[in-house]
Design a protein around this ligand. Structure first.
Ligand code: GAL
Length: 670
């Protein structure tokens, strides 16, 4: 999707204000005032679009489309499958979801639908077809927003049947192969009939990791096939209108890295807890997430589809972020590759579950509210950032965060059962690069590694077929690859590789064998020495044997004192590192610094910043963001153009709290 400006807007629910059309007019006035250029409509509008089965009412949406168009806003049109009208559940109970208890839900809430139900799929196709027929040619239509935050699973009989069909395909109709790959000799679980298999349940089978992995994969595929069903009429009638569906960070019940291949543009709903948690950690965590979304979409821009202009309503305590923070948070997404700052929501609803969720327009309905004024000020800035739209963020460093691995790590039993936070582990290795102004891609294990000088794969427990070969070739061809503990332990069905770890031929590449794994309870630490310094170890430590790798660090405590903890193996033209000890930030920081030096990596941002001030390069622009609690000065070295002021940026730039500057690089053509 190519944009020549940054989208600024969000979820707009005029259907909640259908009885007060004067509010619609006021919305138009206020949207202009706030610099809003895109409105997402119709997300939960089904009961108004089809109040009775087969009786459609589009008059209100026609009016909304026309008003927005005349007012200068593009429309992001949602399909309404995220919530359905009560009549549908009453007439066709099969559209409702069956939980893992086996009990069918009653009507209510949202996202409460069966993913397989032919009736529901047909109803969704039909309403989507009508939307496409009616609005496909409307000049305001910019993008399809399919459903809303797909999530969950259904365990009804239709879904069980579909799951068995999925398994038959996966295991080539061979139950023996399934039994072998699931290791069903254990506890006498060999199946003799496909009908004996059903979804994992707390009152049924929940101790077979391979079953759980297959169910996860099936659920992902069900969402994708539900999505493909939704978009069939959109593709047919509006082939030029791109399609997205909004995703939720690292929600792991759907493999987003797979799903991303089915959308035209990846979009993400971000709600960073700034000012309610450690801001530096939050900045790194959301930087990581944005980088994952950009990478998922193949490196092109993604869309920030939802964010809050003030508070959310779903945290235990919903602290107001300080003035200026929401704008800074939106600009952070842009710095990492978003071509939009979209909000949930334009106007606070008067009643219902989300009436205290932040919105651009509060219940007072006024344009002089603090939140409104800040949004409008951001709207002005985003206009000036139009040249940034579409620009890319090529990276030399990648961190592997892999959805399949996330699930595998969740399902196995043993070793350290108390602590196995895969995401935190990845973040720990990402942060030293984030802090130093590097652009980092966050990729799955099936991604192409060749663009990178350095790839770090923390806690990559599961190797899918092909991964080991890709790592081997990458290192052979000159890449630097860092693995940590519990690397290459299990295959796609969670069977442990035999003959020594890491498996699948990687011992040769890394020049080590992981002989044993020690697990330390929270608060208990061991010690290791690396380049003359002693560091604490924690949580999970692999005890290595070098089979030829150079030993860079050793354990210095416990019975395995003297065993390798950090190694490097020259292999082909590259280097394969193993950092086998569960480490703390201090070691990770120093180790990454050494890698940066050794590989002569240069931060793309090119401007050094004090701690808590982050620099990010995007195309020919550099974003500087102050997440500290003080005013700071940053030495730019001069020659930059300040895109927000339009003038030259001073050599020493002052950034207030929450301040963001966007500079054009000196060597970039005007
Ligand atoms: C999102 C959802 C929105 C709204 C928002 C509140 O997850 O898509 O509809 O509920 O959360 O933060």
């Amino acid at each position: 999707m190519k944009l020549d400006h940054i989208l600024h807007g969000g979820d707009y629910n005029p259907d909640q204000w259908i009885a007060t059309p004067e509010i619609w007019d006021e919305d138009m006035r206020l949207m202009k005032q706030a610099g809003i250029n895109a409105a997402t409509v119709g997300i939960f509008s089904w009961s108004l679009l089809e109040p009775e089965e087969g009786k459609y009412e589009f008059g209100w949406l026609d009016a909304v489309f026309d008003k927005l168009y005349k007012n200068g806003q593009s429309v992001i049109l949602a399909t309404p499958s995220g919530a359905r009208p009560p009549w549908m559940a009453q007439k066709y109970p099969e559209v409702l979801r069956v939980e893992e208890t086996g009990i069918r839900n009653e009507y209510g809430v949202r996202h409460n639908h069966c993913l397989t139900s032919p009736v529901y799929r047909e109803k969704v196709r039909e309403i989507n077809r009508r939307l496409a027929e009616r609005y496909g040619k409307h000049p305001a239509l910019l993008l399809w927003h399919v459903s809303n935050e797909y999530s969950g699973a259904c365990h009804c009989e239709l879904c069980q049947r579909a799951f068995r069909a999925w398994l038959k395909k996966e295991y080539r109709n061979d139950l023996n192969e399934l039994n072998e790959r699931w290791w069903n000799g254990f506890w006498s679980h060999r199946f003799t009939d496909w009908e004996q298999i059903s979804s994992p349940k707390s009152r049924g089978e929940n101790h077979v990791p391979a079953l759980k992995l297959c169910w996860d994969r099936f659920v992902t595929d069900s969402h994708i096939s539900f999505f493909e069903n939704e978009i069939a009429p959109l593709r047919e009638l509006t082939p030029d209108i791109p399609v997205t569906t909004n995703m939720m960070g690292f929600y792991d019940e759907i493999n987003y890295q797979r799903f991303a291949g089915h959308v035209d543009v990846v979009s993400y709903d971000a709600y960073p807890p700034y000012d309610a948690a450690d801001n530096k950690k939050t900045a790194a965590q959301f930087g990581f997430t944005y980088d994952a979304y950009r990478s998922m979409g193949g490196g092109g821009p993604f869309l920030l589809m939802e964010s809050t202009p003030s508070v959310v309503n779903w945290r235990p305590v919903n602290k107001l972020p300080r003035p200026g923070r929401a704008a800074q948070a939106g600009l952070q997404a842009v710095a990492h590759g978003s071509d939009s700052v979209q909000y949930f929501q334009w106007r606070k609803s008067r009643g219902g579950h989300e009436k205290f969720h932040g919105a651009v327009v509060d219940h007072d309905g006024r344009g002089d509210h603090r939140v409104f004024l800040e949004t409008a000020a951001l709207g002005e800035k985003l206009k000036r950032l139009a040249p940034v739209a579409g620009s890319l963020c090529p990276a030399k460093v990648a961190v592997v965060y892999d959805w399949e691995n996330a699930r595998a790590v969740r399902h196995y039993n043993g070793l350290n059962n108390e602590y196995r936070d895969y995401l935190a582990e990845c973040l720990k290795w990402y942060t030293p690069f984030f802090d130093r102004g590097f652009t980092v891609d966050v990729i799955g294990q099936e991604a192409d590694l060749s663009p990178y000088a350095l790839v770090i794969a923390p806690y990559l427990y599961m190797l899918l077929p092909g991964t080991a070969g890709r790592i081997r070739r990458y290192v052979e061809n000159g890449g630097a690859f860092v693995a940590t503990y519990l690397f290459g332990v299990a295959d796609k069905d969670d069977r442990v590789f035999l003959g020594g770890l890491p498996g699948d031929g990687l011992r040769e590449v890394f020049g080590v064998t992981a002989r044993e794994t020690d697990s330390l309870p929270e608060g208990v630490h061991g010690l290791m020495k690396y380049r003359g310094r002693t560091y604490r170890t924690a949580r999970t430590c692999d005890i290595l044997r070098s089979d030829g790798a150079a030993v860079l660090g050793v354990y210095t405590s416990d019975f395995y004192a003297g065993s390798p903890a950090v190694t490097v193996n020259r292999f082909g033209k590259g280097a394969a590192y193993t950092a086998a000890a569960g480490s703390e930030d201090e070691f990770t920081g120093h180790f990454c610094e050494d890698l940066i030096r050794k590989l002569k990596l240069k931060p793309e941002a090119g401007i050094e910043t004090p701690p808590g001030v982050y620099a990010r390069a995007r195309g020919e622009y550099v974003f500087l963001m102050n997440f500290t609690d003080d005013r700071v000065s940053v030495k730019t070295g001069g020659g930059y153009l300040d895109l927000l002021s339009g003038g030259p940026a001073p050599e020493t730039l002052a950034l207030p709290v929450c301040g963001v500057a966007v500079l054009k690089k000196p060597d970039a053509p005007e």
